[in-house]
Design a protein around this ligand. Structure first.
Ligand code: AMP
Ligand code: ZN
Length: 469
């Protein structure tokens, strides 16, 4: 039985899906105005792993994750570059998908785009207005927060405390609200911004309504799991609950899961502090499998600190698994005996306990840290019990077990052959040095080596440039 820590109840609960054998899951995706950073990568990796584990347990998972492609930050970037918002969002969706592939994150069943779902948003807002949960003033539509009696149930906030905190935060122009707690569902267009026609005038949706609508459209009125980073609990998810439940009159999501934040060198990641890495930057130094492995070494509800040392440790740890798999494959290929001996069969049986430990860890609110510990126990077991004289079947069984567990975590056990940007640059530097020392044979050898890997060098006046073929 899978147990999930539910932010709603603040407890671990047994996972019972709405429909037997099926999981409906929605995870809030990124706002696409730039390359994603390694903080954004955490929920992607965490919830991809949840999905993979659910699939391993036999569930059919309908996994929906959106791209927020209309937003102030996108508009700002588009204006800076003098291009359309669509060009910006399309560009960074494509880049995000490349990063996801590098991190071995499976594409969602559906990746809806907010801008393609405006009709649904207008419908939901209209329903909320009809039901008295929303009202329009001068082209803006607000949600009447106090009308939704359970408001605050996810973030465990009390309306009156919120009210007290909110009074000083009133932004100018918002005094047209009936109540400072009310939030925006639709906002009127401003000069130079994308807009859509609506019953309340030209404008665009608020952020919260997007997810309520996309979740309803692709998964139905009720879902099993809703996920995202912990910063989304309030107000984003609280508002999603208010909108969806006021509209449909049903419990929106049964389980709410939130990952803790990723920090850098024990500090909050922020652009102004300069301690900020995009996934793309990390990919220049490391295979992104290492980033994934690093993230899964912590429980998703624990804050995680990113540092060069920890990445190096993850690199070494992952290599230990990959080397074990390589060795087992080697033994299997070169084994004299095909069938297992009785003793080996007993050992293979014994190794199953690591699979059980793995599942027990994952059943306990997806404790990937303990699950990885079980993989290492299995690796150690294989390293001690498989040797050159072992049978093909025995080596294959243990190899398959390791690969299977790694696959559930989305960890690829094959060593990556492709050269990283830093490797390429190091080789280019070595080639330059060889040329300077008039060692042209070595210089040519390096050029040939790079060419074999699909890297083309071009000697220009500004120095050596390279590209991937
Ligand atoms: P955003 O593009 O800011 O809406 O963020 C997309 C997702 O990344 C959300 O689920 C955020 O909660 C999550 N997120 C943003 N920063 C971090 C971080 N430093 N650590 C973990 N998750 C984060
Ligand atoms: Zn959302």
């Amino acid at each position: 039985m899978i147990r999930i820590y539910n932010t709603l109840s603040k407890k671990k609960e047994d996972f019972i899906p709405l429909e037997e054998g099926k999981v409906r899951m929605y995870v809030c995706g990124p706002t696409v105005y730039n390359f994603i950073h390694i903080g954004n990568a955490r929920p992607m990796i965490v919830f991809d792993t949840v999905r993979r584990y659910m699939e391993h347990k036999g569930y059919e998972v309908n996994f929906v994750s959106n791209f927020t492609d209309v937003d102030d930050k996108i508009i700002k970037k588009a204006n800076e570059e003098g291009v359309s918002s669509e060009e910006i969002s399309q560009r960074y969706i494509a880049e995000c998908k490349k990063d996801m592939e590098g991190m071995n994150i499976k594409p969602a069943t559906t990746h809806p785009l907010a801008t393609q779902e405006i009709d649904g948003m207008i419908d939901m807002i209209s329903t909320l207005v009809e039901k008295g949960f929303a009202y329009a003033v001068n082209g803006t539509v607000y949600f009447r927060t106090r009308r939704f009696e359970e408001y605050g149930k996810l973030s465990h906030k009390n309306l009156d405390d919120l009210q007290a905190g909110n009074r000083s935060l009133l932004v100018s122009g918002e005094d047209e609200k009936e109540d400072p707690l009310d939030f925006v569902l639709w906002k009127p267009k401003k000069e130079g911004e994308p807009f859509w026609v609506s019953p309340w005038g030209d404008g665009r949706p608020g952020w919260h309504i997007e997810c309520s609508v996309m979740s309803k459209k692709y998964l139905g009125d009720q879902i099993d799991i809703h996920g995202g980073g912990e910063d989304l609990v309030f107000p984003h998810h609280e508002n999603e609950i208010a909108q969806s439940e006021a509209c449909c009159g049903k419990v929106f999501s049964r389980y709410w899961m939130h990952n803790a934040f990723l920090n850098i060198d024990n500090k909050k990641m922020s652009k102004s502090l300069g301690n900020f890495f995009t996934v793309r930057e990390i990919s220049e130094k490391y295979d992104l499998q290492i980033l994934r492995f690093f993230m899964l070494n912590a429980h998703y509800r624990s804050p995680l600190n990113f540092s060069a040392d920890l990445m190096e440790a993850s690199k070494n740890a992952l290599e230990r698994i990959q080397t074990a798999v390589d060795n087992l494959k080697y033994v299997a290929e070169h084994a004299a005996a095909v069938e297992m001996t009785n003793e080996e069969a007993a050992k293979a049986e014994e190794a199953k306990k690591y699979e059980l430990n793995f599942d027990a860890a994952m059943d306990d609110d997806f404790n990937t840290a303990d699950a990885i510990a079980a993989v290492f126990d299995l690796v150690k077991f294989a390293n001690t019990n498989v040797a050159e004289g072992s049978s093909k079947a025995f080596a294959e069984v243990l190899c398959g077990m390791i690969q299977n567990l790694c696959d559930i975590l989305g960890i690829i056990t094959e060593k990556k052959e492709e050269l990283l940007d830093t490797d390429i640059e190091n080789l280019i530097a070595e080639r330059q040095a060889a040329r300077k020392a008039k060692n042209f044979a070595r210089a040519d050898e390096i050029r040939g080596l790079l060419l074999e890997k699909g890297i083309i060098l071009e000697d220009t006046r500004e120095g050596v440039k390279w590209k991937r073929a």
